[in-house]
Design a protein around this ligand. Structure first.
Ligand SMILES: [Zn+2]
Length: 295
């Protein structure tokens, strides 16, 4: 009897404490938008040699490549697409462009000039990694995975063949396994179908486009005002690569890439989407950056 009285007294207090916690959490997160938003993050400028893509300086015009990452905010959740080339913890921002050099497992050096950390740009949009429900990588190359560990708490939407290569015995020469090691224990959804509708309403779709890596994919985002866009991953790096039908020298499988490009072309035609080549510096430079967004 005494015990029962204790429970009836304490129970309402416990319930109201829980309700308060939930309310505080909800306030900390931005309200979900009514329609899909796309935030563009700048991951710096990558020095590049067009010869790696079987082209000349004259073919490409601008030889440098952009590094981009994106946040898709849907009324039902938040998806991070790619995570940059330089890990935030590895450099100190000064507000001015900072030249970062790194060595890949295959011994090749790379240089990226970066101005703003990824998580700072995410924060400018109003989000922290804890607010991100899903992480998807176009593929596992180093210049797309740098801050992947920060999103290990999200559900990873992974292509099985890329995941296998990422955690294989031998690291792939153009990957940096330490930057994504935490994903090994992430809640993971293995995506096996050609098209995966992330939020179930046809507005955000992962589309398989293998060849650059075995599980390379692109992302379709249907925006109400901007219209539909496809984020290319590394299906192309330069506009000229598309125009001249050239392929990188380091593809996992060129024949697959050729077919993937055809399949994405047909998809672009069917959906009326524009293709955003993530590494195309001139186009990327012109895009609005977080906290501005496309909707
Ligand atoms: Zn790549």
């Amino acid at each position: 009897m005494t015990r029962l009285r204790f429970l009836t007294t304490i129970a309402p207090i416990l319930i109201s404490a829980t309700a308060l916690t939930l309310r505080v959490d909800a306030q900390a997160k931005p309200d979900p938008p009514k329609s899909v938003r796309l935030y563009v993050f700048d991951g710096g400028v990558l020095e590049s040699d067009p010869a790696r893509y079987k082209m000349t300086k004259e073919d490409v015009g601008t030889t440098q490549l952009s590094v981009a990452a994106y946040l898709v905010v849907h009324p039902k959740g938040v998806l991070m697409w790619d995570t940059g080339a330089i890990t935030d913890a590895d450099w100190k921002p000064t507000g001015k462009p900072s030249v970062q050099t790194l060595k890949l497992p295959d011994g090749q050096g790379r240089q990226v000039t970066i101005t703003s950390p990824l998580l700072a740009q995410l924060k400018a949009a109003g989000y922290t990694p804890a607010d991100v429900n899903y992480l998807a990588l176009s593929h596992y190359h180093w210049d797309h995975t740098a801050n992947a560990n920060a999103f290990a708490g999200a559900t990873w939407l992974a292509r099985p063949l890329d995941r296998e290569a990422m955690f294989g015995d031998k690291p792939v020469g153009t990957s940096r396994p330490a930057t994504y090691a935490s994903l090994k224990n992430s809640k993971t959804m293995l995506i096996k179908e050609d098209e995966h509708d992330v939020f179930g309403d046809g507005t955000v779709i992962l589309k398989s486009a293998p060849g650059h890596t075995p599980g390379h994919q692109v992302l379709y985002v249907k925006l109400a005002k901007t219209g539909p866009v496809v984020l290319s991953g590394d299906l192309y790096h330069y506009q000229a690569e598309r125009r001249l039908d050239r392929y990188p020298t380091f593809e996992f499988n060129v024949e697959q890439t050729r077919m993937a490009r055809k399949s994405v072309d047909a998809f672009l035609k069917k959906t009326g989407a524009q293709l955003w080549i993530q590494h195309e510096l001139d186009a990327h430079t012109k895009l609005k950056k977080s906290p501005q967004y496309y909707d």
